[in-house]
Structure formats: structure tokens, C-alpha cells
Write a protein that binds this ligand. Structure first.
Ligand SMILES: [Zn+2]
Length: 200
């Protein structure tokens, strides 16, 4: 994955070997490439750079701002990993992705700071990416365990998996500043988790 890397899609790639139980995280920057691997741990991701040197040299990301969406979600992921150590399965994974606990305010309230991302409900938006109430956030969810991976299968839920629908007409009425999106902005309903499999 390092070969020919031009930094065009700097990202953190999560990799798992279902035969050995080993998992890995490859942080692929341009100047810095970091690999972590474990057989008894976890890796989480929520749009934040991991290694301080990479963050400093390659981004202007505020790594210490707990109010920032990516950092607030990172803190929440770590909390959930600690609380559920040793018993994480597909159904818990689904629960995590619909999580509305805000690690910054310590309240259950969906926003840009929650794992089930709801920028559209946030008076802060998600700067510098989205203005207040910007129609953005989690739009689909996927979970798989090792057995499902072996069978080329995954569980997926379109829209917010928490059950909250996004209705374009209502959003544009409440937030007319997005009227310019009319005609393009569509409803995004919450759909139930569905298991997808390859044809036999
Ligand atoms: Zn939600």
C-alpha cells in the first residue's frame, strides 16, 4: 500500500487477518506511514490523524480540542472499547454505530460529536467542513465479524441506523439558508440492518 503512494488519499486503513486473529492499522500519510498491529486489542477511527508527528507535519488538525467532532468521537470509541472489552460482536457494533452519547457534553444528544453523526441537528455544524445544521453526518453503516468476512458477508444499514430519518423538505423549511440545495438534497431515511451475502 506504500508503493506509489503520493499522499492523494491520506487515510487510516484497518486490516484484519481472520486466520490468525491479528488486526492492524496502517496510517498512510505522505511523509509519515505508520503501522500498528495487535492480536489482543482494538483500533478505532473517526477522521483523526493518529501519530503526533504525522498530525504536525501533514495536517493542521487540532489534536487536543475535545470539542472537535473527530476527537469527541475518538474519545467515545475508546470509552466503548474499554466498557465492552472481550464481548464485542456484530450486535454491539451495530449499537455503537447508532450511539448518541456526546463525550464532550456528557449528554445523550445526537450531533456532530456523536458516533451516529448528526451534523444536521447541530447548531455548531462541523467546522471547517460544515456550517451549523449542515446536512451531513453518518449516512450508512457496516459491520462484519471474522465469520462473516470468511463468507464475504456484511450487515449494513442505509441512513442513520438509529431510526432518525432525514427529511429534505423539513430541513430546508427549518434552515432556509440551505435553499440553494433544493432539487439536489434528498430524503435519507433510516433503514433496518440487513445482512448481505454473496450468491451461492
Ligand atoms: Zn443517530
Amino acid at each position: 500500500m506504500k508503493e506509489g503512494n503520493n499522499g492523494g488519499y491520506a487515510n487510516d486503513w484497518l486490516i484484519a487477518d481472520r486466520k490468525t486473529g491479528e488486526i492492524a492499522s496502517l496510517e498512510l500519510g505522505l511523509k509519515h506511514v505508520n503501522l500498528w498491529r495487535t492480536r489482543d486489542g482494538y483500533f478505532v477511527g473517526s477522521n483523526y490523524p493518529i501519530e503526533p508527528a504525522l498530525a504536525k507535519d501533514e495536517t493542521d488538525f487540532p489534536i487536543n480540542d475535545r470539542n472537535q467532532s473527530a476527537n469527541a468521537r475518538h474519545i467515545r470509541w475508546d470509552q466503548l472499547m474499554r466498557e465492552n472489552k472481550g464481548r464485542i460482536d456484530v450486535s454491539l457494533g451495530q449499537k455503537f454505530l447508532a450511539d448518541h452519547f456526546d463525550s464532550f457534553s456528557e449528554k445523550t444528544q445526537p450531533s456532530e460529536r456523536t458516533l451516529c453523526g448528526h451534523v444536521e441537528l447541530s447548531e455548531r455544524g462541523s467546522k471547517p467542513w460544515q456550517p451549523p445544521f449542515g446536512p451531513a453526518g453518518a449516512v450508512q453503516n457496516k459491520v462484519a465479524d471474522a465469520t462473516m468476512a470468511e463468507q464475504m458477508s456484511l450487515a449494513a444499514s442505509m441512513g442513520h441506523s438509529c431510526g432518525i430519518h432525514f427529511k429534505a423538505a423539513r430541513h430546508l423549511k427549518e434552515h432556509p439558508e440551505f435553499a440553494w440545495e433544493k432539487g439536489t438534497l434528498r430524503d435519507l431515511d433510516s433503514h433496518p440492518w440487513t445482512v448481505f451475502k454473496i450468491a451461492k
